[in-house]
Ligand binder design. Structure first.
Ligand SMILES: [Zn+2]
Length: 163
């Protein structure tokens, strides 16, 4: 693991451990990005639920595998109730098969945390979900076809690197 990678991982983990309250921003060190956790079941000041930590771990592992922005807001919506609420508030159907959503103008990406817990989901694996949003950010584009091309390119490179 490259040093920059472990630093980011550490800052994500530090953010998890130091969470003051659900929904509050947590600045990460040496990286202008921040990760926030939104959980429907935790009151202010209570520890982050284990599912949230697990999701954040998976998220961080994927995040460091791909080119990522220096300054970005990540919002991990830890549970399905929270995600349905997010969809509703953003004007979409609660039942929509949406696993993540990037607001390029607002420099913010929302991740459906529950989908990061099940690596064998037929529709999208966790790594793919994170890579997909990173490609939107890299390209600054809403184009799904351009995003898919870039993700394939990245994943091809990642496989080569593992040899
Ligand atoms: Zn997309």
């Amino acid at each position: 693991m490259k040093p920059a990678h472990s630093l980011l991982l550490i800052s994500v983990f530090r953010a998890i451990c130091a969470i003051p309250a659900p929904g509050q921003a947590l600045p990460a060190e040496r990286d202008a990005s921040d990760v926030r956790f939104v959980s429907s079941f935790v009151a202010a000041g209570e520890p982050v639920p284990s599912e949230c930590r697990e999701e954040a771990h998976t998220f961080a592992l994927s995040l460091v595998r791909y080119p990522r922005p220096e300054s970005w807001h990540w919002v991990l919506v830890c549970d399905e109730a929270g995600w349905r609420r997010f969809l509703r508030l953003s004007g979409r159907s609660e039942g929509a098969a949406i696993y993540a959503s990037t607001d390029l103008g607002g420099r913010t990406t929302y991740i459906r945390g529950a989908k990061l817990l099940y690596p064998y989901d037929l529709h999208a694996d966790p790594d793919e979900i994170v890579a997909h949003e990173l490609a939107h950010i890299r390209l600054q584009s809403e184009s799904e076809s351009r995003v898919s091309d870039l993700v394939r390119e990245w994943q091809g490179r990642a496989k080569l690197a593992l040899r």
